[in-house]
Design a protein around this ligand. Sequence first.
Ligand SMILES: Cc1cc2nc3c(=O)[nH]c(=O)nc-3n(C[C@H](O)[C@H](O)[C@H](O)COP(=O)(O)OP(=O)(O)OC[C@H]3O[C@@H](n4cnc5c(N)ncnc54)[C@H](O)[C@@H]3O)c2cc1C
Length: 404
Amino acid sequence: MSEQNKTESQNHFDILIIGGGPVGMTAALLMCQQGFKAALFDRLDYKDVLSANYDGRTFAYAYGSKLVLEKAGIWKDLESHAQEIQDIFVTSEGPGEGLHYAAAEIADHPMGFNIETRHFRATVYEALQKQENFHLFAPCDIDEITFHQSHVKVQISGKDSPFTAPLALAADGKNSFIREQVGLKSKTIPYNQKALVFVIDHEKSHNNCAYEHFLKTGPVALLPMKDEFCRRTRCGVIWSLHSDRADDYYALSNSDLETELSRHFSEILGPLSVNGRRWLFPLDVTVVKNYVAPRLVLIGDSAHAIHPVAGQGFNLGLRDVSTLATHLNKAKDLGLDLGSLTLLKDYEKKRRKDILSMTAMCDGLVRLFSNDNKSLGHLRRMGLDLTDKLPMLKKTLTRHAMGL
Ligand SMILES: Cc1cc2nc3c(=O)[nH]c(=O)nc-3n(C[C@H](O)[C@H](O)[C@H](O)COP(=O)(O)OP(=O)(O)OC[C@H]3O[C@@H](n4cnc5c(N)ncnc54)[C@H](O)[C@@H]3O)c2cc1C
């Protein structure tokens, strides 16, 4: 074999994945586990991505996501970092008892788990290092991605030969440049909100409960976190606020921020204190008409970016990845072309309902709850109280939140 043929063969993959965020990394792992040779490209340096300072969020993993990660063989490494969620309390400003979801009412397992994203990234990265058919190109700049009759081609700066494969996955986030380049239609609507993210320590135990409190200014969520000594006195805060107010709160002193948060939560958690730094994330919703094109699938936020009000964006992305891995594995066994549009359209059909219903639910919640209208305020509280008293509806919503 000539040197050129050798390089071409080395640079030929089954799947090219562009974007190595949580969804792209998990996709790479699942694809390699199905026996595919996969290349993952990200513009960021993994030394930075794996550091605690890169992203201080704690994600809520629905119970269904735990099952996906268990199947991928990484739950055993994540478990020691996972804080179970047994109950979720949803309340609105003003009188009323609100809505209480309890896992124990419908299942013998928790609603889900909270895991700091730094632990998740490190665990998946470690698992990927053990896959012989995995190749990471990061940091790298993608010069060009082109789609051909029989393959897709990626050219990165500083490399002579292009990388080829029958299929590419775009996991390059909500502002996906691949989605734009291919011309897959999408609509992004900003909420004019930012999420202020930080961690608090508090005196009383969180008792494995998550809290979602809808304020006129936007929802604030408290996610129970695992702490070193299992004292259950640490929570991750995601406070969605109008962008200007979020900037103001970001700049508050710790004691002023503690005072603001205590107004809503001191009764439940006792005295609380801010622990460590803060992060800000602009919030919007992106709806994409089609998730596939010839030789391309959009996965994760490139296909659907939603408000974090229900902590479901990554869960949705995980379901993309697990459905796609099974779908492509079947295609491989049948000797089918992985990039054929007919095959990819079948995948799209399988995912559409879940994506659209979750997007609509989160968008509806944000619009209904994030406004000052007084009569709506009354209706909102009535809605929460009523839902709490309708066992069948509550059961359905609980199963939805569990990702089952
Ligand atoms: C405040 C907040 C809290 C949240 N909490 C939860 C939660 O509790 N539970 C939950 O399920 N979801 C949650 N989400 C949603 C979750 O963050 C996203 O759904 C998830 O990060 C999507 O992952 P992704 O890999 O698709 O995209 P991203 O995380 O955006 O990653 C995209 C990757 O692509 C790379 N990239 C982009 N462009 C290029 C390019 N040109 N070349 C190479 N690489 C490129 C980027 O460097 C990045 O690594 C939350 C979101 C927010 C904002």
